[in-house]
Design a protein around this ligand. Structure first.
Ligand SMILES: Cc1cc2nc3c(=O)[nH]c(=O)nc-3n(C[C@H](O)[C@H](O)[C@H](O)COP(=O)(O)OP(=O)(O)OC[C@H]3O[C@@H](n4cnc5c(N)ncnc54)[C@H](O)[C@@H]3O)c2cc1C
Ligand code: SF4
Length: 282
């Protein structure tokens, strides 16, 4: 395996695709490579060439979660989502760009069961252990998106700038289909460069997890009071970060036998989040 150190984001993007992968902090990618779940003959080290830092609502993709957590320039929901993610060591290495693109934590997928997300025709979690899995969007793959940060950015209605285009954070994600098992819309040779995050009037991020520290979200709830009212997004409930039109939308959840408890947690956290924004849950 070779490691390329391009001198610009454009050169990095040109080196991507055809068996090469972008490497930032490596906290997700390196274990996947080590375990043979992801294969690459070339790694393209992008951290030195993608923007890094926070200025006027723009956050470089190479900014670490620790830098966002410490910043007084980001909305409260985003700072809190970073603060509650992973461990201090991981937050010091892990970038926001890599966080948005981290792979599912579903153990069937990580143990390389030939499941739907790996291109097979069956979701092994549905018939097996699925306590951490999804309550929305789970008709094919029932994995639960692990990113606290993505849920906060979705509630904030952030925009992503890549080497090819600008898109809303909602459009960065897609549910897997029979034709395409990917859960993001990013092309193999496309790099995330920067996020634009509108400044809300108020925002909050609440997270339920198995431990108080260093655990993925069972349910994460980001609620944002912005120019167009309240926006709510959830982590840990669907294969992608999930926009919730309102608390009543939880009635439309499709939990598996082992994940029904997540709907109750989500309802409680959404109520608390709305109360902390001074909004009525209705
Ligand atoms: C034990 C553990 C616990 C964790 N807990 C949480 C948690 O509670 N909440 C949470 O939200 N996250 C959690 N994480 C995820 C962690 O935050 C991510 O692993 C980290 O942010 C990824 O960033 P990275 O820079 O290391 O990405 P890398 O591992 O370098 O890359 C991850 C993916 O993103 C791609 N990539 C990276 N940068 C770019 C870019 N600019 N453009 C295009 N593609 C890019 C890579 O090719 C790769 O596919 C946890 C991780 C671990 C290992
Ligand atoms: S939840 Fe998704 S990733 Fe996990 S076994 Fe089912 S199809 Fe595979």
């Amino acid at each position: 395996m070779q490691l390329l150190r391009p001198d610009s984001a454009e050169a990095a993007a040109q080196a991507l695709g055809n068996g090469s992968k972008a490497l930032a902090g490596g906290t997700d990618l390196v274990p996947l490579l080590r375990d043979g779940i992801v294969e690459a003959d070339t790694l393209v080290y992008v951290s030195p060439v993608v923007p890094r830092g926070i200025l006027d609502g723009r956050i470089g993709a190479g900014t670490t979660l620790a830098e966002i957590e410490r910043s007084d320039q980001v909305p409260a929901a985003l700072g809190e989502a970073c603060r509650q993610a992973a461990s201090p060591q991981l937050r010091a290495m892990g970038t926001v760009g890599g966080n948005l693109l981290q792979a599912t934590r579903c153990w069937y997928w990580r143990l390389q069961f030939p499941c739907y997300l790996h291109g097979g025709d069956k979701c092994h979690a549905k018939a097996g252990a699925h306590r951490e899995h999804a309550v929305f969007g789970n008709d094919r793959c029932a994995s639960a998106h692990p990113s606290d940060v993505a849920a906060a950015l979705l509630a904030l209605d952030a925009t992503v700038r890549t080497t090819k285009r600008e898109l809303s954070i909602a459009d960065l994600y897609r549910l897997p289909t029979d034709d395409d098992r990917e859960v993001t819309t990013l092309a193999p040779d496309e790099l995330i460069l920067e996020l634009s995050v509108p400044a809300p009037e108020a925002s909050v991020y609440l997270k339920a997890m198995d431990r108080r520290k260093w655990a993925f979200p069972l349910v994460g709830v980001a609620a944002v009071h912005g120019a167009d009212g309240i926006r709510i997004a959830l982590a840990g409930v669907a294969p992608i970060p999930w926009l919730l039109p309102g608390i009543e939308a939880l009635d439309g959840a499709t939990p598996l036998p082992g994940t029904a408890y997540k709907v109750d947690i989500a309802r409680t956290l959404v109520r608390r989040a709305l109360a902390s924004l001074g909004a009525s849950p209705r």
